[in-house]
Design a binder for this molecule. Structure first.
Ligand code: ADP
Ligand code: ZN
Ligand code: ZN
Length: 737
């Protein structure tokens, strides 16, 4: 303990999650000797009127302190006996803060699960969990049909091959007791020492391409490298991941596997648990705070060797880090779109470089960024050209719908194809990336349309709920019958959404079971699983959905896939649109078919000869990507240039533009001439949720020059008098403009 008469001579520099890009100086808490405080421990501090949880970043001598030490406050309490973040973690967070020009305190907060951000103790919570016994695995839920609650619970256990935490079983208390008594379920004991119980996996025999990929990555364990594993759905990428992970486990290493969507984790978790007899933890937003804390601590303490998670899992400390895998690396959900706008892919690569470990990126449709890095020999391309399992390449058909009779977005030839497929007892999948009944309500009398009062957007009709809803700000009202403008005209829905198509399908195919998968139908917990069960059991005939269908799920009994509208993607102002459309087409097509049932993919378009479409369908994604990359090069666009987007919004219509004009005045002396300043222009949606929005794009062929300009300019922005009336944020490497 420090002696009260002998004032401490060290000062803590603390990162606090507030939107100010600096550290804050405090004396150590009164009762602590500063010598026991190490960087990486959490500390609670008085901040304004509140108490905040920060992280000790540095401990400095008081003589080196820039402010008068007498004016400093004492921190309240040191929350951790040992640092939670290791040296490498602190370095990575500092790098990310600088690269994304985002305040360090907020960046650090991203690295913690909520419980730790709130200052809760970093202690593993023991929560009992339950799993099926051997006889529980043997018995069919059917056999319990006289006890429907037990039957439902047994079904739930079968869907979760791993143990289920007792908190999640709270609604099933009596049924759980019954299953425990029958010996169908038992309390699950997490194996304590991974090394002892590790079992050699029952791997499949890798084909030559898989073997080459596995050997390449395994040989590089312990060194930094980036490999891009390209292979269509079913080509055996996951098998490659698992065999590489097996080797990393043998070497005592930890592996972080990042996925774009939480809905995909249960499937992968199931395969991983079947293969590996080591603790596997998941980390995503569907878990509660204490589950997330536990998962994080399992990795941080080195107790678990595998973590499966979404973007937010990226910063989890790994004392024995060996490998980072990013599946579906092209997916835009790896980019955080608010606050600290980081790209999990790019930060994963920076992290691997610091840790000197390999990264493996996987995709059927790699991003142009990654393919560009392959071209520049920065990444190594590993290809799986054949389908490993039982799937075959689908056959594409461009369906020219110009002048064709249409019924709710379905052309006559498509309806005929659907009939033929359904007659054979096979499944049909329809893809439309627009939920709701119709995107807008229009008055046939006067032309009034259902605009959102807060956005430059239309209110979408949700017919079932009888609501009009804005998909951008959430504003809603009940569906009206009479035109509010002329009071007489007839109101009509305009355009197509999944809900409307479902209605038409019900009329066209009255005896078929239609499953609609979109955000509206899958909100209820467990509903997605229920629908997927209907699909996989073969009960569903027609599957209709939004981009939820484009990801991960494989539907082997689907033999006809139709993408109902690709034209809107062909003519977007955003240069990313063509890439995204091509990825979507290939991904949706990849959901279907297997060896004995070849998939047939129909694209409805009014642009049957669009060059992008032609090259994609005749020569494949790789050829498309090379052409698209060439176009980007010629236009001086990313990935051949670097961008940062300054977004501004305000209640006031003029303030955002005035602020950006002031920014433009400020830039020239700082800009050595290599940075293009594009704008200010109104944002693509110039008004959203009542806010007026403008943006300014900075672009340069040299990343370093761009960041130098940002470093010099950003501190001055806050000083501008125009800044007081607006809110602004910076998006480095934006993916939507
Ligand atoms: P992807 O991740 O590329 O979609 P998967 O790894 O899931 O591909 O493989 C697709 C299917 O093929 C799975 O059922 C998997 O078990 C099987 N498979 C993968 N590799 C092999 C192999 N070498 N031999 C036999 N089956 C394989
Ligand atoms: Zn009207
Ligand atoms: Zn709105």
């Amino acid at each position: 303990m420090a002696n009260r008469d002998n004032p401490p001579n060290q000062i803590l520099q603390i990162a606090i999650p507030v939107p100010l890009d600096r550290l804050f100086d405090y004396w150590p808490p009164r009762q602590y000797a500063s010598s026991t405080i190490a960087p990486g421990v959490r500390v609670s501090v008085p901040f304004g009127k509140a108490t905040k949880t920060g992280v000790v970043w540095r401990v400095i001598e008081s003589k080196d302190c820039k402010v008068d030490p007498k004016r400093l406050k004492h921190a309240e309490e040191i929350l951790d006996a040992e640092p939670l973040l290791f040296f490498h973690d602190l370095r990575l967070l500092e790098w990310a803060s600088r690269y994304y020009h985002h305040p360090l305190g907020e960046v650090i907060a991203t690295a913690f699960p909520v419980a730790l951000r709130q200052g809760k103790p970093a202690i593993l919570q023991h929560e009992s969990s339950y799993a099926l016994t051997e006889s529980g695995r043997q018995i069919e839920p059917e056999q319990l049909k006289r006890a429907p609650k037990q039957q439902a619970l047994l079904t739930l256990f079968r869907e979760h091959p791993s143990a289920i935490a007792s908190s999640a079983l709270a609604p099933h208390k009596t049924a759980l007791k019954a299953l425990l008594e029958k010996g169908l379920v038992q309390e699950h004991i997490e194996p304590a020492r991974p090394a002892d119980i590790f079992e050699k996996p029952k791997a499949l025999l890798a084909n030559p391409e898989q073997r080459q990929a596995i050997e390449a990555v395994v040989a590089g364990l312990g060194r930094f490298s980036v490999s891009l594993l390209q292979g269509v759905t079913g080509s055996g990428k996951t098998e490659v991941y698992m065999q590489i992970i097996a080797e990393a486990l043998q070497q005592g290493l930890q592996v972080l596997v990042l996925l774009p969507e939480i809905t995909l984790t249960p499937q992968l978790e199931q395969r991983f648990r079947q293969r590996f007899k080591v603790p596997i933890v998941c980390f995503h937003s569907k878990l509660n705070d204490s589950q997330r804390l536990n998962a994080w601590l399992h990795m941080q303490q080195g107790r678990a060797p595998i973590m499966l998670g979404t973007r937010s899992a990226l910063f989890t400390p790994l004392p024995r880090a060996g490998l980072i895998i990013l599946d579906e690396e092209h997916d835009s959900s790896f980019k955080q779109q608010e606050g600290f706008r980081f790209s999990a892919r790019d930060v994963a690569i920076a992290r691997a470089k610091m840790l000197n470990i390999p990264v493996l990126l996987g995709s059927a449709t790699p991003s142009l960024e990654s393919l560009f890095n392959v071209q520049r020999n920065r990444y190594r391309l590993l290809e799986l050209s054949a389908r490993a399992g039982n799937a075959v390449e689908p056959e594409f058909q461009v369906l020219d719908i110009r002048n064709k009779a249409m019924q709710a977005g379905l052309s006559e030839p498509l309806i005929t194809l659907m009939h033929n497929t359904l007659e054979k007892g096979q499944q049909v999948l329809l893809f439309l990336n627009r939920r709701g009944f119709a995107p807008v309500l229009i008055c046939h009398g006067c032309g009034w349309v259902s605009r959102c009062i807060r956005c430059d957007a239309n209110m979408v009709i949700h017919a079932g709920e009888r609501r009009l809803r804005c998909h951008h700000c959430g504003f809603e009202q009940s569906l009206i019958n009479r035109c509010p403008a002329c009071g007489t005209g007839e109101l009509q829905p305009l355009g197509m959404g999944t809900e409307r198509i479902e209605q038409t399908l019900t009329d066209l195919f009255p005896n078929k079971l239609i499953v609609r998968l979109d955000r509206d139908t899958t909100q209820r917990k467990g509903s997605l699983e229920g629908y997927l069960r209907q699909i996989h059991s073969g009960h569903a005939d027609i599957i209709l959905g939004t981009q939820m269908l484009a990801k991960g799920h494989h539907f082997p009994d689907v033999t006809l896939v139709a993408i109902l509208d690709i034209d809107s993607g062909l003519f977007s102002v955003d240069f990313h649109a063509a890439e995204k459309l091509a990825q979507m087409i290939v991904q949706v097509a990849g959901r279907a078919g297997r060896a004995d049932k070849r998939g047939h993919v129909v694209l409805q378009t009014r642009q049957p000869h669009h060059p992008m479409l032609t090259i994609l369908l005749s020569q494949g994604y790789q050829a498309f990507a090379q052409v698209a990359l060439q176009e980007r090069k010629q236009a001086g666009l990313p990935p051949c240039a670097y961008q940062a987007l300054l977004r501004v919004h305000a209640n006031n219509a003029l303030a955002p533009q005035q602020f950006l004009q002031a920014v433009c005045q400020l830039l020239p002396p700082l800009n050595a001439g290599r940075i293009q300043v594009l704008g200010p222009v109104p944002a693509p949606m110039a008004r959203r949720a009542g806010q007026f929005r403008f943006q300014l794009l900075l672009q340069s062929p040299q990343r370093k020059a761009l960041h130098q300009l940002l470093d010099a300019a950003l501190p001055l922005l806050a000083e501008l008098k125009e800044a007081k009336k607006v809110r602004w944020s910076l998006d480095v490497d934006p993916i939507d403009l």
